[in-house]
Design a protein around this ligand. Sequence first.
Ligand SMILES: Nc1ncnc2c1ncn2[C@@H]1O[C@H](COP(=O)(O)OP(=O)(O)OP(=O)(O)O)[C@@H](O)[C@H]1O
Ligand SMILES: Cc1ncsc1CCO
Ligand SMILES: [Mg+2]
Length: 266
Amino acid sequence: MSLTTTLLLAEQVSPFIKHVRSSNPLVHCITNDVVQNFTANILLAIGASPAMVVAQEEVADFVKVTDSLLINVGTIEKSSAQSMLLAARTAMLVDKPWVLDPVAVGSVLKFRTQVVHSLLSYHPTVIRGNAAEIMALIGHKAQSKGVDSQESTESALTAAKTLADQYQTIVAVTGATDYVTDGKQVYSIAGGDVALTKVTGTGCSLSAMVAAFIANSSDRLCAAASACYMMKKAAELADKQQGLGSFAVSLLDQLSLMENIVVKEK
Ligand SMILES: Nc1ncnc2c1ncn2[C@@H]1O[C@H](COP(=O)(O)OP(=O)(O)OP(=O)(O)O)[C@@H](O)[C@H]1O
Ligand SMILES: Cc1ncsc1CCO
Ligand SMILES: [Mg+2]
């Protein structure tokens, strides 16, 4: 299976950034306890409206009135798992785009792995994960350390294409270079900064950004890739001199200031 990889260009990204700001999508987030606040602020910075609604009694009704849904299994428990399954099933039934972030899925953490496999049957629009997570989803052995990948995205590219084909979905596998594929086409996005791996929740928040970008979009592949591009570009522009705390704030600043991709291609 050899597919050509296309470099995503700045001019392809700008319309998606503008679309999110002008349409202000309501993004329903069922995400982990570590990243709730950071994720909400990142969504606000790009012009989306976050809402963290988790109760089993509420998720089905809420999915129907939102523009997209994010499910992230990072700190999954029995009760939140039921909410995730109900929300994903509803999203499929009412045709709402949704993103699955399969945090730390794999052989060690059996409960989340089982739930993630059930969630896959509800047809996620996009799966966004690091290399180890994407490899684990198709049963490949992958090196990871808790929530962090120790695999390159290049070694996960075949797994990403297989997964996209198998579930008729879009897979975004992120790392030093991000690859976004629907199994037919692959976009690659290089750059960013390694500082992104030193602040918790950048991947989780990127998954939320992908949810915002695919809302009300007819080109979901390019929309998902554009979200990846925006995160990398903001990290390049953010201040890395003052330490990681300031970097996290500066990343939010850069996302909030970005109206366009005005930076020259490398
Ligand atoms: N070595 C690297 N150089 C540049 N950017 C990177 C590197 N590794 C990851 N990134 C970027 O960091 C962001 C998060 O991706 P990553 O694959 O680390 O997600 P994750 O493991 O799910 O993260 P988290 O657990 O923090 O949510 C993405 O924008 C990705 O492009
Ligand atoms: C650190 C951590 N643990 C569970 S979820 C999460 C956030 C980054 O994935
Ligand atoms: Mg992750």
